[in-house]
Design a protein around this ligand. Structure first.
Ligand code: PXP
Length: 268
């Protein structure tokens, strides 16, 4: 039986909708419109499984008050993306979101450009992962698809990793098919290795209708987090529709990847 569309089935692929760029548009004029919390409620109606928001050190999009409102007003699990700093740890412990995804952060970057060096930063990350875990917050580390980083996540005791899909998406957009395929193979291997290590594996960054299919087909993945493209596409089709179309693309990819296994069984 297909696991697509049935949220309680074991192989269901969750969609976390990142609403940061609703706040980017709001902040361009300095007032309250468009409201990221309203977008989160719309995302819930459109079938999102969670809401993701990145409180950056420079507050360039999401602000502290957004996190408070999202936590209080939305029905979906909130995934707070944050740098591993004392300030962000205090904010996370105050609001107690469902999950925290620890990301590397550099002020001058346009977006989160690479994965966290979980291996090199073990001693810095360990107390933060422990404090969040002790508070009942599910900790995820945003890493590149490398075995060394998966092993580091495991040794840190983080239950979840999120694989950075940016290099795959960039290669696909630039039509570099050999690089795209190599990056996808790296993601596939990391999804398998992470699962074998006992980690729950997520993925995200830069995904679009054109790039989501091959990633959604990786059977070990439990969740994708997608933002910029969904908010951009909302200009043309509306936010609800852009989320519904993404959900449909994910479901179609999972169905197609399950089909050979199902027909193998039928012919046995
Ligand atoms: N996952 C993580 C950890 C991220 O930092 C981001 C970007 O904030 C995303 C997913 C979503 O990326 P995009 O906005 O490119 O879809």
């Amino acid at each position: 039986m297909s696991n697509t569309g049935n949220k309680s089935a074991p192989g269901y692929l969750r969609l976390g909708v990142n609403i940061d760029h609703v706040a980017t548009i709001r902040n361009a004029r300095g007032n309250d419109h468009p409201d990221p919390t309203r977008a989160a409620k719309l995302a819930e109606e459109a079938g999102a499984d969670g809401i993701t928001a990145h409180l950056r050190e420079d507050r360039r999009h999401i602000r502290d008050a957004d996190i408070a409102r999202l936590k209080d007003e939305i029905g979906l699990p909130l995934n707070l993306e944050m740098a591993a700093t004392p300030e962000m740890l205090a904010i996370a412990l105050r609001h107690k979101p469902h999950a925290c995804c620890i990301v590397p952060e550099r002020r001058e970057e346009v977006t989160t450009e690479g994965g966290l060096d979980a291996a090199g930063l073990h001693n810095h990350l360990k107390p933060i992962v422990d404090r969040l875990g002790d508070a009942g917050i599910r900790v995820s580390l945003f890493i590149n698809a490398e075995k060394r980083q998966l092993e580091a996540a495991r040794s840190l005791g983080a239950p979840v990793v999120e694989l950075h899909t940016g290099a795959y998406c960039d290669a696909a957009m630039e039509r570099q098919s050999a690089k795209r395929d190599a990056e996808l193979a790296r993601l596939a291997a990391a999804a398998r290795e992470g699962t074998a290590l006992g980690l729950e594996v997520h993925a995200g960054h830069g995904l679009t209708f054109d790039t989501v299919g091959p990633v959604a087909s990786l059977p070990e993945l439990a969740e994708l987090n997608i933002g910029h493209f969904l908010v951009g596409e909302a200009i043309f089709v509306g936010l609800g529709e852009s989320i519904r179309l993404m959900r449909a693309a994910m479901d179609a990819a999972r169905r197609a990847s399950e089909a050979p296994a199902a027909s193998d069984k039928a012919s046995r």
